[in-house]
Design a protein. Structure first.
Length: 276
């Protein structure tokens, strides 16, 4: 949400790389201070793949979608990650769902549709459908990343796991730019002439690293997955609050209703694990 103004000014790859570098410096210092145990090779390669998907691909697609969609619409798309995670668990882990959980899946999808079905929620025009596809691809990549990271967190501390994922993510962005970007775009425009803008973005990136990615992995390691996901899924409510306070956006009834429907769906999905 706080990154919305930057997404409208700078390229997705630029923002992903810059956010990653800031996070890498902060996390690297934290790991040096706290120390780290040896990392099993299997866990390392799992985190390697998780970082490439979650930071290199998902973050880049997220910033690309954020440029054309409202922040709240992007968050609603991200809620589909809960559904994607369940789908992966069913297909790859052989897990089964009860009727209440399937009801939750349906509610999440309906909640997302309530927000995205109104074209006025999108700041772009002709490219909006493509922006939605970027958002969906980001959701799928992040769901796969989180699913893989969950297993590795059993033998690796969250702080170290976050550092590995972000380092691999940065390398992935450099590779993407080198291979796919036009020559005029290969110069990373990170050294902005407006140092106030750069400083603000760096502060937000550091906050997001600890307040978002690191604490999410911490929750996944020490809390039951259903409880962690339920708490993380309250993000749309905070998006509405931040939009009203910082961007003077008046919450529309459609957005509020869509958020509440999606949150009800997440509660249904997690109810069995929470109360068992």
């Amino acid at each position: 949400m706080l990154l919305k103004p930057y997404a409208e000014q700078f390229s997705a790859l630029t923002l992903t790389f810059t956010k990653g570098v800031v996070a890498l410096v902060v996390l690297g210092a934290a790991v040096l201070v706290s120390g780290s145990d040896a990392i099993p090779s299997g866990a390392f390669w799992i985190l390697f793949a998780s970082g490439a998907l979650g930071i290199g691909i998902a973050d880049t697609l997220f910033f690309r979608a954020l440029r054309e969609l409202s922040p709240h619409s992007v968050v609603q798309l991200m809620l589909l990650g809960q559904v994607a995670t369940i789908g992966m668990a069913v297909v790859f882990l052989g897990e089964s769902l009860i009727a209440l959980e399937w009801t939750g899946v349906a509610l999440v999808i309906v909640g997302v549709w309530v927000v995205l079905s109104d074209g006025r929620q999108m700041s772009g025009s002709g490219r909006s459908p493509l922006a939605v596809l970027y958002g969906l691809a980001s959701v799928l990549a992040m769901a796969a990343s989180v699913t893989m990271a969950k297993g590795a967190l059993e033998s690796v501390e969250p702080l170290v796991a976050t550092l590995i994922c972000i380092a691999v993510g940065i390398a992935s962005v450099v590779l993407i730019v080198s291979v796919f970007s036009r020559s005029s775009e290969r110069r990373f425009h990170f050294f902005w002439t407006d140092w106030r803008t750069a400083a603000k973005f760096a502060a937000i990136a550091a906050f997001i690293t600890f307040g978002g990615f690191f604490l999410s992995l911490l929750a996944l390691k020490y809390a039951r997955l259903a409880i962690a996901n339920t708490l993380l899924s309250t993000e749309p409510l905070f998006v509405l609050l931040i939009a009203a306070v910082f961007f003077k956006e008046r919450p529309e009834a459609r957005r509020v209703i869509g958020s509440l429907i999606s949150l009800a769906g997440i509660a249904c999905i997690s109810a069995k694990s929470i109360w068992s």
